[in-house]
Each structure stands twice: as C-alpha cells, then as structure tokens.
Design a protein around this ligand. Structure first.
Ligand SMILES: Cc1cc2nc3c(=O)[nH]c(=O)nc-3n(C[C@H](O)[C@H](O)[C@H](O)COP(=O)(O)OP(=O)(O)OC[C@H]3O[C@@H](n4cnc5c(N)ncnc54)[C@H](O)[C@@H]3O)c2cc1C
Length: 506
C-alpha cells in the first residue's frame, strides 16, 4: 500500500491518518511535540493538566460530525460525558444567557432579548441543519475541475431530493453571498452584540463580515450538547492517535519536519530535524499555508511562494487572529455549585483584546486534571499578532511586562464571574502568540484559521499531485469538529484520487 507521511498530529492530521490507516495505507504521523492535539491538546505542568487552546467539544451527537469521524476511523465511540448546558454568556449589562442543547436556549434568549429573536434562531437552526446535512456527505470544497464539480452537483442533488421541504429556499441561496448581519436587521443591539461574541469564537469574525451560511453553522456547534473528556480535550487527539496505531500506523513524537523533498514537482520524502528521511508517496501537511511555504522554500516547487516571508501577499499578521491565554490552577473550593464549565464574558467592543473572554473549567469529577481539591481554568481572548511580535523583537523586557500585566487584567475580569479567584490561585501561566508559535509551530501563533467571510475563498486542500493540506486553513475551517470532518473528507479524496491514478493506462 502507498506510504503516507503526515506532518503534524493536530486533530485534522490525526483524523486523516486514522481513516487512511484503517483503509490499509502505510501511515506515519510526524509530530514535533511530545503529545498530540496541537491547538486542541492538553499539556501537563506541575500537577495540572491544562487544555492548551480548544476547550469546548461540540459535534459529538448521533450522526453528527464526530460520530462520522469515529465511524470512518473505526473508533467504537467517544468516551466523554455529554453536558446539556453548552455555555453561559455574560452580557455587559450583567444579564446572563445560557446556551442549552434544547429549547431552553431559545426561551432564555427570548427572555433577555425579546420575542423577535426567535426568527433569527429559527433561520440559524434550519440553515445549519441543511448545511451539516450537506457537509456530512463530504463534498470536495472548493470544487475544482469537471469531475469534482459534477460530483458536487450530484451530492447537492441527492441532498435536495432527500430533503425537499423548505431547504432549497431562496433564503439559502441568497445566504451564499450575504453576511449574517442581514438576518439581524431590526433586532436589538444587545442581541447583535451577543451574536457577535459567539461568532468571534466560532467563525473568527463578527456578523457584519461573517458569511451567513458559515455563520449559521458556526453558531450551531453548542446546540446539540458539548462533551467533557476525562483528562481534558487532549483525550480526543489521543483517541485518534490510538486508532492510527491500532491500524498499524505510527505516530512519532519529537520529530519536527524541516523540509519536504520534491522530485519533478512531486513530494517524495520529508526530512526531520536531525536529517532523518521519511520516504513518501503522499505527504499530508496538517499545517498553515505559511508553515508549508517554509518547508518547501528551497525545494524548487513554488506553489506556496505567496505565503513565504519574502512575499508581500497573504501577510500572516493581516489574515486573522492570535490568542492570549491564561492557564490557572487554583483551589476548587471557591467554585459555586452548578457553576457552568464554559462561560463567555463580554465587556464591550471592539471584541477581543480582553473585551471578550472565554473561560473553561475542568469538571469537578475529573481528578486527573489537578492536585486534590484543585481545578484548572483555561481563559482565552482574541488578540492581534503584530503588536506582540513587534514588542518581543524590539523590547523583550516590555514584552514580558505586557504579558504579565495582561494576565493580571484577565484574572481581575474573571473574578467578576468567579469571586475570590486571585486569592485561590496556585499557578498562573500566560500564553501569547509567541508562546503559541513555540508550542504549536504555527507561524506567528496564527490560530483559528481564516475568518469565515467568503464561502469561495477557501484554499484547496490538494496542493500538488501527492501533496495535501488539512486542518483549520481549509474548508470548513476551525473547530475540532470542522477540522476532523475536513480530515475525513481529505482521506476520502486521497483514496479516490489514488483509485483514479491506478486506473490510468501506463
Ligand atoms: C485559544 C483557542 C481556543 C479554541 N477554542 C476552541 C473550542 O473551544 N472548541 C473548538 O472546537 N475549537 C477551538 N479552537 C480551534 C481548534 O483548536 C482548532 O481549529 C483545531 O484544533 C486546529 O487543528 P489543526 O488540525 O488545524 O491542527 P493544529 O492544532 O494546528 O496542530 C498542528 C500540529 O502540527 C504540529 N507541527 C507543526 N509543525 C510541525 C512540523 N514542522 N513538524 C512536525 N509537527 C509539526 C504541531 O505541533 C501540532 O501538533 C480554539 C483554538 C484556539 C487557539
């Protein structure tokens, strides 16, 4: 069977690897770090297990994205605990809106923002249902060439035929090009702010810019309940890595890839830090386009040259967000009973930069996450990349000061939801885009993929014959469920292009 080398054991890479290994490919995953998961990994420090980036696990419902991933990867099930309460959102007014997996969500939203918001949520649910239904059929996106366009048309047609009632509405078609803000016309300003807060964490942009179809599905993930995993979010990546190994694949840690080697514009091997060579028929990069540009810089293959440091196109600083994170280990006795495990607090606009924060607490029952009686908290806020990097290179002492000051500011803000936090803290670690680059290798600490503004701007996953990109830089973008589903889609595309190649006359 063909040798597939995957660079990176993030969720996108591992989902692709697991499906290919199950299909009999000779799979090797090379991971720079000592554990899997990347932005959705869990790291160990002084007795605590902190979720590094992602904390909220959505999409695990029956026939949902993670269910499809499990089936395709031969995983018997996800050993998590389902929570009907996805999160609580604190508005600047002090009002709290909880997002449940059932009609309670709509009722609470109406109680806070008025009955007229029901129309928005009905549109969102109907659209998201239709889109997930289509996405779960794993069509190629963006479609390229006659074969993929006709396959997409066929998939779309069977989708329409099986579910003709109301789904192929003119609204759905118009939403292909218009932003979410269209559906917020006439609704209260406070509701618009609530939606913007939710969109920023799920689509990386707000209602004025977020494409309506992307937006509807991004807002949907908490709707069917979220999962909590013993050991933290990293358990998802560990489950996928285990599935790769069970199907005779390898996941090799501490193996940073430095170069992709090409012959006649086809990748033939990758080279590790110590010049180890891994021969490959197919290379899959679970990397950002800027990272792929770095690995291919001197290869003679220049498709990614637009993303190189020398290029003026696609500046990483202008293409999305970084994250500032705080990892807190603290005395769990201060946590009130029934305190929601995921919470968002909006202080004002512009969102991000500490004006909106997302925080997640380890469940009380998960004693593996902290020393006895203690809990962990991961807090994050969107932040611009460039100021951090400018300070880091021009004035390292001020960079350290800013990092510490931002950490204290965020802790003070969380104290509004969790009083007495400061006195209960045992350990507090800050993370900036510089930290994210160091630990996930993502160029400049760029996280969350491209803001979901335009359905047709998605970068194609097939970069060259035998070279693919997976993860949150390709359709359908960021989130554990989205990159995992994207990984399954790419594994299927690899298998089908392989079949086509084999059928070609020599
Ligand atoms: C702060 C934050 C909060 C988030 N919150 C959520 C959330 O609550 N819920 C949710 O669903 N999503 C959330 N996300 C998004 C989600 O985490 C990501 O979209 C997803 O995990 C990205 O997966 P990926 O497959 O693109 O790989 P990545 O996570 O980018 O992993 C890539 C892997 O490749 C490795 N690697 C890189 N370069 C090399 C190399 N040269 N050689 C070998 N290995 C290499 C890295 O070490 C890493 O392990 C959040 C993201 C962030 C940053």
């Amino acid at each position: 069977m063909k040798r597939v080398v995957l660079i990176g054991a993030g969720i996108g890479g591992l989902a692709t690897a697991a499906v290919l290994a199950k299909s009999g490919y000779d799979v090797t995953v090379l991971e720079a770090h000592v554990y899997p998961g990347g932005c959705a990994g869990t790291f160990y420090h002084q007795g605590y297990r902190f979720d590094a980036g992602a904390t909220l696990a959505g999409g695990f419902y029956p026939s949902g994205p993670m269910d499809v991933v499990a089936k395709e990867a031969g995983i018997s099930g996800w050993a998590g605990i389902l929570d009907e309460l996805a999160m609580a959102v604190h508005m600047p007014s002090g009002q709290v809106v909880r997002r449940w997996s059932d009609e309670r969500s709509l009722e609470e939203s109406k109680a806070v923002f008025g009955d007229q918001v029901e129309m928005f949520w009905r549109w969102q649910q109907k659209t998201a249902d239709a889109l997930w239904n289509l996405a779960l059929r794993l069509p190629s996106w963006p479609p390229k060439g006659l074969e993929q366009i006709s396959r997409l048309a066929f998939t779309g047609l069977s989708w329409i035929q099986q579910d003709p009632v109301g789904r192929l509405s003119p609204v759905l078609f118009a939403d292909i090009i218009r932003p979410v803000t269209y559906h917020l016309r006439g609704l209260p300003e406070a509701f618009r702010l609530f939606v913007d807060g939710q969109l920023l964490i799920s689509a990386q942009t707000t209602s004025e810019q977020a494409n309506a179809l992307y937006g509807a599905s991004a807002l949907d993930l908490p709707r069917r309940g979220v999962m909590h995993f013993q050991g933290g979010i990293g358990t998802i990546a560990e489950t996928l890595a285990h599935s790769v190994e069970q199907n005779k694949g390898r996941v090799i840690y501490r193996q940073e890839v430095k170069r992709i080697i090409f012959e006649n514009d086809k990748p033939v091997a990758v080279e590790g830090k110590r010049k180890e060579r891994f021969d490959a028929d197919i290379v899959v990069c679970n990397l950002t386009p800027w990272n792929i540009a770095q690995l291919t810089e001197d290869s003679g293959w220049d498709r990614m040259k637009w993303f190189s440091d020398r290029s003026e196109h696609f500046s990483v600083f202008d293409s999305g967000w970084g994250a500032f994170t705080a990892y807190i280990g603290f005395d769990g006795s201060i946590v009130p009973k029934d305190f929601p495990l995921h919470q968002q607090k909006i202080f004002g606009e512009p969102l991000g930069e500490g004006n909106s924060i997302f925080m997640s607490l380890s469940p009380e029952w998960d004693v593996s996450r902290a020393p006895s009686g203690h809990r962990t908290l991961t807090i994050s806020t969107h932040t611009r990349l460039e100021p951090w990097w400018r300070l880091f290179s021009d004035d390292p002492a001020r960079y350290e000061q800013k990092k510490e000051a931002f950490l204290q500011e965020i802790i003070c803000k969380v104290e509004q939801i969790l009083p007495q936090l400061t006195n209960a803290i045992h350990l507090a670690l800050p993370g900036t885009p510089v930290t994210f680059q160091r630990f996930t290798r993502r160029k400049a600490g760029w996280v969350g993929g491209f803001p979901q503004k335009d359905l047709f701007q998605a970068w194609p996953a097939r970069l060259a014959p035998g070279l693919w990109m997976v993860g949150d830089s390709i359709f359908p973008g960021q989130s554990i469920a989205a990159v995992a589903l994207g990984g399954v889609r790419i594994a299927k595309e690899i298998k089908s292009s392989d079949n086509i190649e084999r059928m070609q006359p020599i």
